[in-house]
Design a protein around this ligand. Structure first.
Ligand code: FE2
Length: 667
């Protein structure tokens, strides 16, 4: 007889342990062990949470190189779910095999787990091919595509919470915490008394009183500076929506701004300033004609503004003209900083409200949450656990399917907060998502190309770009190292049928087979694969952080980001006042609900995993493990540099500090 030493690590999630009986079968190149019950002196405590327990499995002779293990959980009275993290097996020859699992076992079926060495289908052991197929057939049943609405990316089919496979549900702790915070965000902010109020705010000072004790360092700054033109411009670079601004080399035909309007003292000319690259444009065209919400039977107002900005010799970015509707007309004036105070401020408020809605639908929901879900569902359906890309990407899908399920059921559902309190809630949101998807291109998802295309390479004080480009490079080098280790040439990429299915599903279900998006339909070269996977990790981590983490900082002070507006915009100059502005701003209930939602969405979760930290040992080979360490080292250096840079900034930019970025879209 020969003995195999089997060490079982049970995970650290809440309720990871089990009291059920566990059986294991070892399968090697030369044979198979008997199904053996794992019993040792610990008895029922062998598989408690975070336990490490060792057992012996005996075979008549060596079964050769180990390929997989089969685990079976049985019970007499009560089924008790189990979350094994990994199993290590020491063979009689002295070799240690690692079997990463990190999955729930919730039934009494036999579950197979492959040895940790990554393998593509064309190089897999012949005896393992059938298990590889079975695993994908099972995944195919569990993770099904679903059309949420025509013209937007498909999502995962889950009509109710129990449809979510256990592996993609939040840990128990977070589950409770999320429900708790959803229900009590208002209470936490002590705004529950206002939640149902339809009363208008009498003045800005009253909003300040409501904000007391509910601010962050940055929301305080926003409260003090929300009226300032240079802060209005600054937010296009380093606020929560740095995705819209573009350098402007020719005015759009529908935005007839003249030199007299914007440079009345003749100090500059638009043509010269455009030539020098000092003029920028923010065009909210996708909002044009989007049906604004009706809240409590009251029509809401949403504009599709055009904003022209000037980079001053002092390197400030200042708005110089705002047209609130797309079609120039007498009743659609071009507002200017020289206009009466409340005309200009009201125009800026309409822009900020448009920006809130554009940011939530396009920059945040579509370009990070919904795309991250597409990447994850395609991964789970098409790549077996033993595939190197599964190992690389699975940590970057953590909690994403569940948070998107929650968003669909609690934020944008008929009774959701977004539907009840945002101008684009309800039908408008779907229209906006459809239009936004039609403008998503592959290059716009890759920050180096996106920045170049928007003409923003040399704009001063642009920390989203500075930190984002560095992060992109660090992620790119890591991905290049890992994938380059497995894919030695383009031929290996082309013949990896599982990999090709992964990208073709993304093209079909995420980008609705639109070739003009530029999204690859298949990979032919290693470098194409490396770039795409870099984009996936960047989108799920850094980009989501950039558009998510600052939501309360920049939106907690409601006048800076009204979720909706209650009056139409002025059609004539000189008709606004403090009173009309207060009538236009959301009421107390909408403000309170908006604040509590943004607070919840900006709050780091208790089980967050920072970018580059991989608590699961999915890789067994030395090279990817060393590359992970190097990746972590580079992220640490960048984090330290960002912290030093931030010391000298009036408003620190922290959203792309690797320490603050999560591995995946989790909130
Ligand atoms: Fe988010």
């Amino acid at each position: 007889m020969v003995d195999y030493e089997v060490t079982v690590h049970t995970g650290s999630l809440a309720y990871a342990g089990t009291e059920n009986s566990i059986f294991i079968t070892l399968l090697g190149q030369d044979g198979e062990s008997k199904s053996t019950r794992l019993l040792n002196f610990k008895g029922l405590f062998a598989f408690v949470k975070e336990s490490v327990s060792t057992f012996t499995v005996s075979c008549p002779v060596s079964i050769g190189e180990l390929i997989l293990i089969k685990l079976e959980k049985t019970y007499l009275f009560l089924e008790d779910d189990w979350f094994p993290a990994k199993v290590e097996v020491k063979s009689p020859e002295g070799h240690t095999y690692n079997f990463p699992i990190y999955r729930w076992i919730t039934d009494s079926k036999v579950h197979c787990f492959r040895e940790g060495t990554a393998l593509r289908d064309f190089e897999d052991h012949s005896c393992a091919i059938q298990f590889r197929k079975q695993e994908l057939e099972q995944q195919d049943k569990e993770y099904r595509w679903h059309v949420y609405a025509r013209g937007i990316p498909d999502c995962m089919e889950a009509m109710c919470y129990s449809d979510l496979p256990p592996d993609v549900r939040f840990s128990f702790t977070k589950d409770i915490e999320f429900v708790y915070t959803l229900g009590t965000g208002l209470i936490h902010l002590k705004l529950d008394g206002l939640a149902n109020s339809r009363e208008k705010w009498p003045d800005i000072a009253a909003i300040s009183v409501a904000m007391q004790g509910r601010s962050t360092h940055i929301s305080d700054y926003v409260q003090q500076h929300w009226r300032d033109d240079d802060f209005f411009g600054y937010q296009y670079l380093n606020g929560v929506n740095p995705m819209l601004i573009k350098r402007c080399s020719a005015l759009p035909d529908n935005f007839p701004v003249t030199d007299e309007m914007v440079f009345p003292g003749d100090q500059f000319s638009l043509a010269d300033e455009m030539k020098k690259g000092n003029i920028f444009l923010c065009d909210y065209k996708p909002l044009d004609g989007v049906k604004a919400n009706i809240i409590d039977e009251k029509q809401q107002y949403l504009m599709a503004p055009l904003v022209l900005l000037h980079k001053t010799p002092e390197d400030k970015l200042k708005p110089i003209a705002i047209q609130l509707k797309q079609t120039p007309a007498e009743d659609n004036p071009i507002f200017l900083p020289t206009d009466p105070e409340y005309d200009w401020l009201t125009a800026k408020i309409f822009v900020r409200s448009a920006d809130f809605n554009e940011h939530q639908a396009n920059s945040h929901l579509l370009r990070t949450h919904l795309l991250a879900e597409v990447f994850a569902v395609s991964l789970l359906r098409n790549l077996p656990m033993v595939h190197p890309l599964y190992k690389l990407l699975i940590p970057h899908t953590h909690d994403t399917l569940e948070i998107n399920y929650m968003a669909r059921h609690h934020l944008i559902s008929d009774n959701g907060v977004f539907t009840k309190f945002a101008a684009t809630g309800g039908e408008g949101l779907v229209t906006l998502l459809q239009r936004s998807l039609s403008s998503v291109t592959y290059t716009s998802l890759c920050i180096p190309e996106d920045i170049a295309e928007r003409g923003l390479k040399d704009v001063p004080n642009f920390y989203y770009r500075d930190d984002g480009l560095k992060l992109w490079d660090i992620i790119y080098r890591f991905v290049q190292g890992v994938l380059g280790f497995y894919y030695k040439n383009d031929d290996e990429v082309q013949k990896d049928s599982e990999l090709q299915k992964w990208i073709s599903d993304i093209f079909e279900h995420g980008f609705l087979s639109k070739a003009s998006s530029g999204i690859p339909q298949r990979f032919t070269k290693v470098e194409e694969l490396v770039k795409f996977v870099t984009m996936v990790i960047f989108t799920c981590s850094a980009q989501h952080s950039a558009v998510n983490t600052g939501q309360y900082d920049y939106g907690g002070w409601m006048p800076n980001a009204p979720t909706t507006l209650y009056c139409p915009p002025p059609t004539k100059k000189g008709t606004t006042s403090q009173a009309t502005m207060m009538d236009t701003l959301p009421d107390k209930g909408t403000t309170a609900n908006g604040m509590s939602t943004l607070w919840l969405l900006s709050k780091p979760s208790s089980d967050d995993v920072p970018l580059g930290q991989y608590p699961g040992d999915h890789f067994s080979e030395k090279m990817p493990c060393e590359l992970i360490k190097a990746f972590q080292g580079e992220l640490q250096v960048l984090s330290a540099r960002i912290k030093i840079r931030n010391l000298s900034l009036e408003v620190p930019y922290t959203y792309m500090d690797p320490e603050k970025i999560e591995n995946s879209v989790t909130i």
